[in-house]
Design a protein around this ligand. Structure first.
Ligand SMILES: [Fe+2]
Length: 300
């Protein structure tokens, strides 16, 4: 198999924002990320780990998703992924050294995910900070996952599992598939949901403590940040969640608790029944603004 390259984790998400000042304040004071510098092209870096960045904000006319960065286990696996993507005609391309240096990353390549048009980026090394991520507002454990809404659900899922080496952890039949980037243990770093247009559904941060969800709920109310779903509990991953909107109405999630899978002999995926109880044990309903925005920037 040409696709047995190994991921380390979901590395970062680059978001387009229409009001940099407002969004920078939101990601620092509401979400609880540490600012980690300004880029030459007007971008701003933020982190919730010792990685140089886990979120980058880019100034844009339209809010939404700019790209998703995946960290591979090492350079050998990075090259294996590049080779496989080239072989199946995805036209991956290495970014030049000036650009990867400006991103504080080692060798980096990008490609267009063919089902959504989203830009996916791959690298194996990223500059590490010595002072630890502060956790001063939220004790974020990690950038958790990204969910993409797609029109061609079956084809997209087939592509991710057969060509990108993601493993399905659970399905809600024909509606959503939760996948892990192998051999990363977390229940899902990426999920694919069926929709009538391709867009970013939400970006998740896993928190350390249930109090981080509770405090986020109170902080959102104080800061007039719209809460669009939760607090509640998701049965598929058994996590306590809170969804709220960034200044461009991109949906952001905090959640606490997630199943971890072993690399070998992992349990098979479960096919879960559709229905709101499958989504929230506590019976809550999403607001119509939940995951309603989130334009995926496409290149050329
Ligand atoms: Fe989520």
């Amino acid at each position: 198999m040409g696709m047995d390259f190994r991921y380390k984790k979901l590395g970062y998400v680059a978001l387009n924002v229409t009001d940099m000042e407002k969004s920078a304040k939101f990601y620092e004071a509401m979400v609880g990320l540490d600012p980690s510098g300004d880029g030459a092209d007007g971008c701003k870096f933020f982190r919730c780990s010792n990685d140089h960045h886990n979120i980058i904000l880019y100034p844009s006319r339209t809010g939404g998703l700019k790209r998703v960065g995946w960290e591979m286990e090492d350079d050998r696996n990075l090259d294996m992924a590049f080779g496989h993507f080239a072989e199946i005609g995805l036209k991956p391309h290495w970014i030049d050294a000036a650009e990867s240096n400006a991103l504080f990353q080692g060798r980096t390549f990008r490609m267009t995910e063919p089902n959504t048009g989203a830009t996916f980026e791959y690298y194996a090394t990223i500059t590490q900070f010595v002072p630890n991520y502060s956790q001063k507002i939220t004790k974020i454990a990690r950038l958790g996952h990204v969910v993409l809404s797609v029109v061609n659900f079956d084809e997209t899922l087939k592509f991710f599992t057969e060509q990108l080496n993601y493993r399905v952890s659970d399905y809600i039949s024909g509606i959503i598939a939760f996948t892990r980037c192998f051999p990363n243990p977390y229940h899902h770093s990426l999920a694919i949901g069926k929709a009538n247009e391709n867009r970013l559904n939400h970006v998740n941060f896993m928190v350390t403590d249930i109090d981080d969800v509770g405090r986020g709920n109170v902080r959102a109310r104080h800061m007039q940040v719209p809460i669009v779903y939760g607090p509640g509990r998701h049965p598929p991953s058994d996590s306590i969640f809170l969804y709220f909107l960034d200044p461009d109405e991109t949906t952001i999630e905090f959640s606490f608790g997630m199943e971890e899978f072993p690399e070998h002999n992992a349990r098979p995926p479960r096919m879960l029944a559709a229905g709101l109880e499958t989504i929230d044990y506590w019976g809550g309903f999403p607001d119509p603004r939940f995951a309603a925005k989130g334009v995926i920037e496409t290149v050329g």
